[in-house]
Every structure is written in structure tokens, then in C-alpha cells.
Design a protein around this ligand. Structure first.
Ligand SMILES: [Zn+2]
Ligand SMILES: [Zn+2]
Length: 372
């Protein structure tokens, strides 16, 4: 099936600003929201389609890739993630923060789960930002990260009630967590003030968690960062997010990558760019010279008669792509390097060249000093 253009899906111009894209997406998400269109497959598809488009266009890196390569940029990639969303819950866990604004959910993943406070519930997704070097981008990296989150209290199984006791059903709402008030023709439901929507009241709080049902958890995990990541790359580590509630599954951990800037190299996708000064004689006659790479040194072929401003390519010494295809290249922008001091013999030879070329030059004597 042919994929529709992301800009077309969101109905925005190709040069639309980020907030225009966000607004357009919110509007579509509201319109096709599964809670508003229960059981409507077409709406659900549209909802997913919009989320897929928004995932790419809301991320400057991915948007740039899409602008350059179209859908091609994300097809056949490893790690999935760009293949569109498989189910609606996936979307909520991705864009929970946006939905939170208008569906009243609490943070990522909260939008849908906010309704039932007392049943099993999935833990929130967590976001972790980590920095890597360009060298790590080439080789990939195994890294240990630590962070704090929380999980169900094992003592009370998340109920908050002391072992051997159990929470009592709230009298005010009969356990529903909501109280209904009649106002004319309308019945208005609101959160029960006595149990705060839990439906239960704890008389003997669990000592281990002080009745909260949750305990702090320090997590230490080994992270596998694959070669080819870029700033903005997001890695999903399933089930390493916040612990689930009342026996619900844990959330996921999303690790966001930042690549540290490099002193010599500037990155453009898989290619690297650097400046290089080359002695004028080598520029004119061509040469093989040693140049720095990210990982060490390599030989670069300066073609005979190279010009200042040429980009000389060092093939295969750039970065790998996440898709695992061949590595990019390094482009050296070459400048001509003239000597600061001219040796006597060198001057003599240059004068002969000038003569041979019929060029009028200044006479001998006087100081030769290049201003820096
Ligand atoms: Zn407890
Ligand atoms: Zn209640």
C-alpha cells in the first residue's frame, strides 16, 4: 500500500513551523480519537496515520530525513519505530504529553489509564537522555545507566494496606471512585472526594510504603547503543520504565541520544566534513597525505591540480547508518597553504617558473613575510 505524504496527512505546508504542525496534529487526533469514535475502524486508521506523520514531522532530524528521502528514509530500517504505530496504546505512550494537555491525563500514557485508579494499570514510560561521542556512533556502545523510578510495593501488593488487612470499599461512592450529582436533566459524575477516585479507603496503612502502595526503585541497566545513532535518536527499552500499578505491566524506557559535537568534524547524516590546509606544491602536483579521522589516521589522495575550496572525499571513513548499510564519507574542504618563510632555493626555483610562464614578478631583495 502506498503511503500518503506526511504533510498531506496533517494538511500543512512543507515549510510549516513546528507549532503549526503540532496544532494540525492535535486537531486530527481530537477528531479521530478512539474514545470519540468507538469501534470505528476508519477513524482508528486515520488516528494512527496522523500519529505516524506527527512522529516524523515533529522531530527535526527525522523531518529533515523525510524531506530528503521521503518514506524511503524510514523503510526497512532496523529497530522499527518509524514503521508507523501498530496500536492505539502505542500512540498514547508516545505522545502522552500532548494528549495530556487535552484529555486530562497525567503524563505519558496517562490519558487512557486515568479513568480507572484502582485496577491494574501500566506504569508510565520514562525518558532518559544520554550523550555519546562520534566514535561511539561508529562502533556502538554498551553503557550502564542508572535512574530512579518507583514500583508497586511488594509488601502490600500496591494496595497500601498493612499485611493481613485490606482496603475497605469507600462508603461514599460504593467503590466506583465517582460520585454522581443531578443537575436538572443532567447527571454529572465527578471524582469521589472521600477516596480520591480509588474506590477504597485504607484504615491500616502498610508500614513498608506508608500506605502509598509504591516504593522508590533504583534501576541500573545495561544499554546497547547501536552504531549509527544521531542526536534525537530514541531507543525503546521495553518494560524498563516505571513499575506497573496493582500488578499492571511496567512502562517502557525511552533513551534519547545526544551526540557530542566534535572539534574537527561536522556531521551531515552519515557524512562528515572537515577543513584541511594543504601545501601549495601538493595542491599543484597532487599527493597522498595523512589526515585525521574520527578513529585515527588515513591516507587522503589530493588530486593533481586541486583548487582551494574543493571537497576531497575520503571514502568510507564517515559514519554508519542505523539501517546498517555502508559507512558515509569524510569530505575535506581543502585550503591552499603557502609557506610562512620562503627558502632561498625555493625562491630561485619560483623565479624560474615565473620566467618560464612569462610572469612579471618583483625583483630580489626585501623581506618575504606572510601575514597570518
Ligand atoms: Zn506497601
Ligand atoms: Zn469513594
Amino acid at each position: 500500500m502506498a503511503q500518503r505524504d506526511y504533510y498531506e496527512i496533517l494538511g500543512v505546508a512543507r515549510d510549516a513551523e513546528a507549532d503549526v504542525i503540532k496544532k494540525a496534529y492535535r486537531k486530527l487526533a481530537m477528531q479521530f480519537h478512539p474514545d470519540k469514535n468507538p469501534g470505528d475502524k476508519e477513524s482508528e486508521e486515520k488516528f494512527k496515520e496522523a500519529a505516524g506523520a506527527y512522529e516524523i514531522l515533529s522531530d527535526p532530524q527525522k523531518r529533515a530525513q523525510y524531506d530528503r528521502f521521503g518514506h524511503q528514509a524510514f523503510s526497512g530500517g532496523r529497530g522499527g519505530g518509524h514503521q508507523g504505530f501498530q496500536d492505539v496504546d502505542d500512540i498514547f505512550s508516545h505522545f502522552g504529553d500532548i494528549f495530556g494537555d487535552f484529555f486530562g491525563g497525567g503524563g505519558a500514557g496517562g490519558a487512557r489509564q486515568g479513568r480507572s485508579q484502582n485496577g491494574p494499570r501500566r506504569g508510565s514510560d520514562l525518558r532518559y537522555v544520554t550523550e555519546v561521542s562520534l566514535k561511539d556512533v561508529i562502533f556502538g556502545l554498551e553503557k550502564e545507566i542508572e535512574f530512579d523510578t518507583d514500583e508497586n510495593c511488594g509488601e502490600c501488593k500496591g494496595t497500601g494496606a498493612e499485611k493481613g488487612t485490606h482496603p475497605d470499599t469507600c462508603q461514599m461512592c460504593n467503590g466506583s471512585g465517582q460520585v454522581v450529582r443531578s443537575q436538572g436533566f443532567f447527571a454529572m459524575a465527578s471524582t469521589c472526594p472521600a477516596c480520591h477516585g480509588k474506590g477504597t479507603i485504607v484504615k491500616n496503612p502498610c508500614k513498608s510504603c506508608k500506605g502509598k502502595g509504591r516504593k522508590a526503585q533504583h534501576k541500573k541497566i545495561r544499554l546497547n547503543i547501536p552504531p549509527g545513532v544521531d542526536t534525537g535518536t530514541r531507543l525503546r527499552v521495553a518494560t524498563e520504565g516505571e513499575g506497573g500499578y496493582m500488578g499492571g505491566p511496567p512502562g517502557d524506557l525511552y533513551v534519547e541520544i545526544r551526540v557530542k559535537p566534535h572539534n574537527n568534524f561536522e556531521r551531515r547524516n552519515e557524512d562528515l566534513f572537515a577543513e584541511l590546509s594543504v601545501p601549495y606544491v601538493q595542491m599543484l602536483l597532487g599527493a597522498e597525505i595523512e589526515v585525521p579521522t574520527v578513529t585515527g589516521k588515513a591516507k587522503l589522495e589530493i588530486p593533481k591540480g586541486a583548487h582551494a575550496g574543493d571537497n576531497v572525499k575520503l571514502a568510507g571513513e564517515g559514519l554508519p547508518s542505523l539501517k546498517g548499510s555502508r559507512r558515509g564519507d569524510i569530505y575535506f574542504l581543502v585550503n591552499v597553504q603557502f609557506p610562512d618563510k620562503l627558502h632561498k632555493d625555493e625562491e630561485k626555483l619560483l623565479r624560474e617558473i615565473a620566467k618560464a610562464r612569462g610572469l612579471d614578478v618583483k625583483g630580489e631583495g626585501g623581506l618575504f613575510n606572510r601575514k597570518k
